[in-house]
Design a protein around this ligand. Structure first.
Ligand code: SF4
Length: 149
């Protein structure tokens, strides 16, 4: 059976910054028939739940991996190190689980694929990938944004 890495919050784990989850019928259907490896890179990187919201500043997840952008909380605290650590652990989990694909939560600074919040904490999104999405893609894993969330 094919195995897919999925954002843990899409699987009903209450690991979002606000202590909630984002499970939806559409994201369940999107992985039907596959074995799922649920993973939350922000928690794996050492952040608490609940936690302050964080967004990308100065670029997207690829720029963070290249050292030219950062991830900061709305308080101004720099959490780049935790986001990069979590991305590395997500890649390790994907490899351990034999995942060649991932289905991730849209717009998140870690899991976002294709669009991410723009760093203004206003709910606006811009084109780009989160840190984990970028690292998985760079390592040959096909990443899709979950539908319907
Ligand atoms: Fe964790 Fe990713 Fe969901 Fe954020 S979007 S709570 S980092 S699994």
């Amino acid at each position: 059976m094919e195995t897919i890495l999925v954002s843990a919050c899409l699987r009903g784990v209450p690991c979002r910054f606000d202590g909630r989850h984002k499970a939806s019928p559409a994201s369940q259907e999107a992985v039907a028939g596959r074995a799922v490896v649920p993973f939350c890179p922000e928690v794996a990187g050492g952040l608490t739940t609940p936690r302050r919201p964080a967004e990308l500043v100065g670029g997207d997840g690829h720029d963070v991996l290249d050292g030219t952008a950062r991830v900061v909380e709305d308080t101004g605290r720099d959490v780049t190190e935790q986001f990069v650590a979590g991305a590395r652990r997500a890649l390790a989990a994907a490899r351990r689980g034999g995942c060649t694909q991932a289905l991730l939560m849209p717009r998140s600074p870690s899991c976002g694929r294709g669009t991410v919040y723009d760093g203004t904490f206003t709910g606006s999104a811009v084109p780009g990938d989160g840190v984990t999405a970028a690292l998985l893609e760079r390592n040959g894993i096909t990443v899709r944004a979950a539908p319907g969330v």
